[in-house]
Design a protein around this ligand. Structure first.
Ligand code: HEM
Length: 403
């Protein structure tokens, strides 16, 4: 007989008991600890909102593959409606005809188009040049850089140029200037204006933070694991000998770098609970009845650290992917940092290319040192609370020019 999953109430002591509460103390980790006790499908009442939390690869597969049409709505949110002029973007849009059309148009004109790929490559190269020059200037002075800040500038600069067709000058909070920019956009926003598609949140919000955070976490893990850093640098320097800048094509041969990225996304998915979804019909999961309109969180963070799937899950060990078929393109539910199914991230190749290019060039051109007096054990892996997994404490490193 089917029934609802159990309702759990969170008390202070439950939360403080959480296994991960000392190292990371965020909603994601609290939910991950609760799932260890109460199972991979939990029903919580957050205020008056019934919410199910899915925390295993098997349950994720049922929701995102077997019953994907029932699990692909987005809950209405006041701030999202304001930000997107009434859900005229794609990421926050409710499941329906408008979303379907936008997904179709953007996959043809944006994520899959050749024109777009060359536009993107040119924008990325300009911004990468700026990033590497700024590291070289700090290297000359022997000063430490805040890596997160620099990577955010690189990622936002690239996305901004693609979106608006110009470099960003001024302030994002200057409403008038910003509106003028949108109206006069020659980049993608200009191209999409005729389709009434408001792509600013999709490109800037979904694309900037996620790519910058992943690169910053990869550097954090590499600095904490010098043997992995050496292996990654040896691979790049060996296969790119004689080159000063690595291109997107060069990266295809960098197998270890790709494993480093997979391992980083396993441990630090930038959207640890995925953007919330809502069920579009009465449905079931794991034999439990779920009503239409139930909010759904997919705990990708917990799935990436599930000891049933991963040996020594807390360890950063890129070699685990050496002989493994597991990939993050939405077919292996053990590793779904980009989601899966019809709402899966459409920008994942764009995001991965930006991250790989930054990381490969940073590791090729520079050695990285911790600031005076700091040991690798002092590097913090603490996560801040928020929609995306940012580092609570900045990673400050001193670049040293190698070539
Ligand atoms: C490391 C980089 C990135 C990660 C980890 C990531 C992750 C995700 C995740 C988990 C989702 C939600 C999937 C779901 O609800 O099932 C998503 C959706 C989305 N992402 Fe990404 N993303 C990344 C980069 C990008 C980039 C570069 C872009 C655009 C240029 C982008 C655009 C979008 C859009 C538009 C959606 C909403 C899709 C929809 O609702 O139909 N993402 N992303």
């Amino acid at each position: 007989m089917s029934h609802e999953p159990e309702i759990r109430f969170l008390s202070d002591s439950t939360i403080l008991d959480c296994e991960w509460s000392k190292k990371y103390f965020t909603l994601t980790t609290i939910l991950a600890s609760l799932a260890k006790k109460h199972g991979p499908v939990m029903l919580l009442h957050i205020g008056h909102v019934p919410t199910i939390v899915i925390s295993s690869a098997k349950a994720a597969k049922e929701a995102l593959k077997t019953r994907d049409p029932d699990f692909c709505g987005r809950p209405p949110k006041f701030c999202a409606a304001r930000l997107t002029y009434g859900y005229s973007d794609m990421g926050f849009a409710p499941y329906g005809e408008y979303w379907r059309q936008m997904r179709k148009i953007t996959s043809l004109e944006l994520y899959g188009s050749r024109r777009m790929q060359s536009f993107l490559a040119a924008s990325r190269i300009d911004e990468l040049d700026t990033l590497l020059k700024s590291f070289a200037s700090s290297a000359a002075k022997g000063e430490a850089v805040d890596l997160g800040e620099k990577l955010f500038a690189f990622s936002s600069g690239t996305m901004f140029k693609i979106t608006y067709g110009t470099s960003f000058k001024g302030s994002m909070t200057d409403d008038k200037g910003f509106e003028k920019l949108i109206n006069e956009a020659e980049g993608l926003l200009g191209a999409f204006a005729s389709a009434d598609y408001f792509g600013y949140p999709d490109l800037i919000l979904a694309g900037v933070d996620t790519s910058a955070l992943t690169t910053n976490w990869a550097m954090t893990e590499l600095m904490s694991n010098p043997s992995a850093m050496k292996k990654a640098q040896d691979e790049i320097r060996h296969s790119m000998a004689g080159k000063t800048q690595i291109s997107k094509q060069d990266i295809e041969s960098l197998k270890y770098l790709k494993m480093v990225l997979k391992e980083t996304l396993r441990l630090h998915p930038p959207a640890p609970l995925m953007p919330p979804k809502v069920t579009t019909a009465d449905t079931q999961i794991f034999g439990y009845d779920i009503k239409a309109g139930t909010r759904v969180y997919m705990n990708v963070w917990a799935i990436g650290r599930d000891p049933e799937t991963w040996e020594d899950p807390e360890k950063f060990f890129p070699e685990r992917f050496e002989e493994s078929p597991i990939d993050y393109r939405g077919q292996h539910f053990e590793l779904i940092p980009f989601g899966s199914g019809r709402r899966m991230c459409p920008g994942y190749t764009m995001g991965l290319a930006t991250i790989e290019l930054a990381l490969a060039n940073m590791l090729h051109r520079f050695d990285w040192k911790l600031p005076e007096g700091m040991r690798k054990e002092d590097i913090s892996v603490e996560e801040g609370a928020g929609l995306t997994t940012y580092k609570k404490l900045p990673l400050r490193l001193v670049p040293v020019v190698k070539c």
